[in-house]
Design a protein around this ligand. Structure first.
Ligand SMILES: [Zn+2]
Length: 564
């Protein structure tokens, strides 16, 4: 098997609040599953993420909490880094955009683009707060929503009706800093004329080629991702300002740019590159292999609100630099709702991951299973606590856990934990072994197509196959008079258990580890699953509980917490 090189990124997370299940289901869990699978296949992967620590969202939150932006980002960076790790999201590095190496990388990038004449400079009149002597970012302006007339809509969005707005549209705009009506003042910014890139972008998105040369397979892209890109391009791209008047961020590294920082589009995605540089330096690797080598696959995991950013704006920037590869795929997810309603940080309608980990100790995989099995891959989906309980109790406990428990208990009861031999096979045994052999490819090919729901369904089908085999052969009835037959049945059931230990690893790494310990296995490669993974005479350990049943009371508590 040939090994390939992958750079896998998950959207940088704003360091202004904690993580909730919507974030996880969108950009982080699918990426982690994908990366764990690739590593299991022996590929070389850099899995990159970190905190986005710049922009008005950070300074605004700092103001709200009455502390400095630095205190805000330090607080949430460490909380989120720990929460990801506790949930088993195994980044190669969880970096931060306030690091020096990032500022330098983003500034060098800007200078290279400036040198290549990628930008145009333009002066416009923007909202300005005279009392605070500051230009106002969209989030610093509020007023009446022109669409639904809600008070206090922001300059970029109305949270009441969800409309995207520009500050000019607000009725009676006010500065959120002073409460005064802002004036208009002239300022100059660097613009990216995106319309100049329409032609190659259209070809690249629709055909996967640039000037006839092949880059990626658009048939492997999700239809809703292609659809969103096409409608943007067909609607006509415009010049967008790449700099902002703000005192918090990466300083624009040229003359006459006092008080200006790079806008998020030239800051956050370049954070993937600077994080890779730091990881490479720490691990004796060459970062350029992961960003500038055309044999590398670059995959961005994001939520659907980030599609344009990663499929249009970032590729323009990468290509304009000239040294970089373009993304191979951007498997964006739709949104996860909670109990039938949109997740909302401001209304506290969310399940915060650090609270889940506290309330459901040792049950990380129950949530990983649920969020993967009901992931918003093709359309928005709904998380409900009752469904979570049902999937845990009826699938993880009753199917997966039950199979393992039966196999391990019987092996100890009959042979003191020593794996029995495989004797003469019946046609039915052969049929089961053939089916077992198909699972690594079946699950793997679904993962490679970013169909994680399909993949985890197949994983559970393998556990179902094991249960069915035992129910059909009833080895517990045979022991006394048909010892050889019993040995064969248990040997086959143990192979299924062993394959489950390997194939569950991307989805449920904690369970895979526990199960490997019970079966006394270490590091079996993905491709070896489906065959004889455990030899006769191998000693296995005693059974221990893989999954815990979740009682009604616990679910009632969570529902109460949500509605309080
Ligand atoms: Zn509105």
């Amino acid at each position: 098997m040939s090994t390939k090189r992958y750079t896998v990124t998950s959207a940088l997370l704003y360091a202004n609040g904690p993580l909730h299940i919507g974030h996880i289901a969108g950009a982080y869990l699918p990426a982690d599953i994908y990366v764990r699978y690739l590593k299991g296949k022996g590929h070389d992967v850099a899995f990159i993420c970190g905190s986005d620590e710049h922009g008005a969202a950070i300074t605004l939150q700092a103001k709200k909490e009455g502390i400095s932006p630095r205190e805000i980002i330090d607080k949430y960076h460490s909380i989120n880094k720990k929460t990801f790790a506790d949930f088993g999201i195994n980044f190669s590095i969880y970096h931060k955009t306030s690091e020096k190496i990032h500022h330098k990388t983003a500034q060098d990038f800007f200078k290279e683009l400036e040198k290549n004449n990628v930008f145009t400079k333009k002066s416009t009149k923007e909202f300005y707060d005279e009392e605070n002597k500051q230009f106002l970012a969209d989030r610093y302006i509020s007023g009446e929503c022109p669409k639904c007339n809600a008070a206090n809509a922001y300059g970029d969005q109305c949270e009441k009706c969800g409309s995207a707005l520009s500050p000019e549209e607000l009725i009676n705009p006010k500065s959120t800093l002073s409460g005064n009506s802002p004036i208009k003042k002239e300022t100059t910014h660097w613009y990216l004329p995106m319309q100049k890139h329409e032609k190659w972008l259209k070809e690249w998105i629709e055909k996967g080629t640039i000037e006839g040369k092949n880059y990626h397979d658009p048939k492997a892209w999700k239809s809703q991702v292609l659809g969103q890109c096409k409608s943007w391009i067909d609607g006509g791209l415009q010049a967008r300002a790449m700099t902002r008047d703000l005192d918090w961020g990466v300083k624009v590294p040229v003359k006459d740019a006092e008080g200006k920082v790079l806008y998020v589009w030239l800051d956050a995605p370049i954070g993937y590159i600077s994080a890779t540089k730091q990881w490479a330096a720490d691990n004796n690797k060459n970062w350029k292999d992961y960003w500038q080598n055309k044999d590398t696959q670059l995959i961005h995991f994001i939520g659907k609100d980030n599609i344009v950013f990663h499929c249009i704006i970032f590729p323009i920037i990468l290509k304009a630099h000239k040294d970089y590869i373009l993304p191979t795929n951007v498997p964006a997810n739709e949104f996860l709702n909670l109990e039938g309603e949109k997740l909302s940080t401001s209304r506290n309608w969310a399940i915060w991951l650090h609270e889940y980990l506290e309330d459901f100790k040792g049950q990380e995989d129950s949530l990983r299973y649920m969020l993967c099995a009901s992931a918003p891959e093709g359309k928005d989906t709904d998380f409900t606590w009752l469904n979570f309980q049902a999937r845990n109790n009826n699938e993880l406990v009753a199917i997966f856990g039950n199979l393992i428990n039966r196999v391990v208990v019987l092996t100890h009861k009959y042979w003191g934990g020593i794996v029995p031999r495989q004797n003469a096979l019946t046609d039915y045994d052969r049929e089961i072994l053939e089916k077992l052999a198909d699972f690594p490819d079946k699950i793997g090919s679904s993962i490679e197509k970013f169909r994680f729901r399909e993949a985890i369904t197949e994983l559970m089908n393998l556990a179902r196959l094991g249960n069915k085999y035992l129910a059909d052969t009833e080895p517990w009835k045979l022991k006394l008079n048909e010892e050889k037959r019993t040995e064969t049945i248990l040997n086959i059931a143990i192979q299924i258990a062993g394959s489950l230990a390997v194939l569950s690893a991307p989805f449920m790494p904690f369970t895979s580890k526990k199960l490997s310990k019970i079966l006394n296995l270490n590091n079996i490669p993905w491709n070896d699953a489906g065959g004889i993974v455990i030899n006769a005479n191998h000693l296995i350990n005693n059974a221990s509980l893989l999954f815990e049943k979740i009682e009604d009371e616990k679910i009632a508590q969570q529902l109460e917490k949500l509605n309080s």
